[in-house]
Design a protein around this ligand. Structure first.
Ligand code: DAH
Length: 340
């Protein structure tokens, strides 16, 4: 009997030491769990002389009930204390607006580039990446502009310290690389990429900008194919109701050369600042690949013909979104970029 009384006192004393829910549960395991002190004491009833068994059993059961009751009360008290502490802490105001996680996005030029590539992808064109650091021969010479050719003045060039090595001024040298890789197979590719020109930076011209070059080479390709292709491109890019017009132009690597205008989508052709009150905006240069360029690419101009075109995604984005200054593109101003 004394052992049981001591057990009860010890259990209650230890319970008083358990200061949080985890310690309470630990206590419960030690005392009331399957292998705990109290079940062990209950089992010992078998060792008690028969005439004392009843009293021992009753006392042992009372100890069990006392400890169980004390445990449940202690647990309840602990939970209320935790709740009280939470209620007394500074209040959580669930009506406060949340903090937005800033989300990145594609640069407007990239978005336009991807749209352009999608249209030509649907027309069966492959995308081809050409180098940004070019040699003089490919950027100019093989495109029918030998050294000292006056047309080189059309592109002010960043030269590197290595003689003959420069930053490409346009994506047209990519035509040479593709042709030399594929000749004599037919070609339908677009070549997107960055170009550089040693120019004064103004609202209308940057020293770095993207271009997308297009090249189609095969047997029997005509100017009508070029016109039809560009018509599809313009309608897919700018809307079904767009009108286009073709003007005669000059590029050393095409013959004949053309420039393509589209009716101004901002004023619908009535005339505004963007179209300089002409009702038309220029969107690309193009032409039939010059026989010399075909030959430089490994194609016999007696058998093969082709067309090429080049356009500027920044310029196209400016037209699509009414942007009046090309310097925004590399200004890294999130107030501008965030609008796309
Ligand atoms: N490379 C020319 C430029 O940067 C654009 C161009 C014109 C590309 C006519 C072409 C073309 O492929 O046929 O001004």
């Amino acid at each position: 009997m004394q052992v049981l009384e001591d057990l009860e006192a010890k259990g209650l004393a230890e319970l008083a030491q358990a200061t949080d829910e985890a310690l309470l549960r630990l206590w419960h395991g030690n005392w009331l769990g399957r292998t705990g002190h109290v079940p062990a004491a209950l089992k010992r009833v078998a060792e008690i002389p028969p005439q004392e068994r009843k009293a021992y059993g009753q006392t042992a059961n009372r100890v069990k009930e006392t400890l169980t009751g004390a445990y449940e009360k202690a647990l309840e008290r602990e939970r209320e204390a935790v709740l009280d502490r939470e209620l007394q802490a500074p209040p959580l105001d669930p009506t406060l607006p949340g903090r937005n996680a800033p989300r990145g996005g594609l640069h407007p030029s990239t978005q336009t580039l991807r749209r352009i590539l999608r249209v030509f992808g649907d027309l069966g064109y492959q995308a081809y990446r050409s180098r940004e650091v070019e040699d003089d021969e490919t950027n100019f010479g093989l495109l029918n502009m030998p050294p000292h050719h006056p047309a080189r003045d059309m592109w002010d060039t960043f030269h590197t310290t290595t003689p003959g090595l420069l930053l490409r001024t346009h994506t047209s040298p990519g035509q040479i690389h593709v042709m030399r890789e594929r000749a004599p197979a037919p070609i339908r590719v677009v070549l997107p990429g960055m170009c550089h020109r040693y120019e004064q930076i103004t609202a209308r011209s940057e020293i770095m900008f993207h271009q997308v070059e297009g090249l189609c080479v095969g047997e029997g390709i005509t100017l009508a194919d070029l016109k039809g292709t560009l018509e599809v491109f313009i309608r897919r890019m700018f809307g079904d109701s767009r009108q286009m017009r073709i003007r005669s132009s000059y590029f050393p690597f095409t013959e004949p050369s053309i420039e393509v205008d589209m009716d101004c989508m901002l004023c619908g052709g009535a005339g505004c600042a963007v179209c300089k009150h002409s009702g038309w905006v220029e969107i690309l240069g193009a032409g039939m690949v010059h026989p010399t360029v075909l030959r430089n690419g490994g194609y016999d101009p007696a058998r093969f013909s082709g067309f090429a075109f080049g356009m500027g995604p920044e310029r196209i984005t400016m037209l699509l979104s009414g942007i009046d200054d090309i310097r925004y593109f590399w200004g890294n101003d999130l107030r501008f970029l965030g609008q796309f």
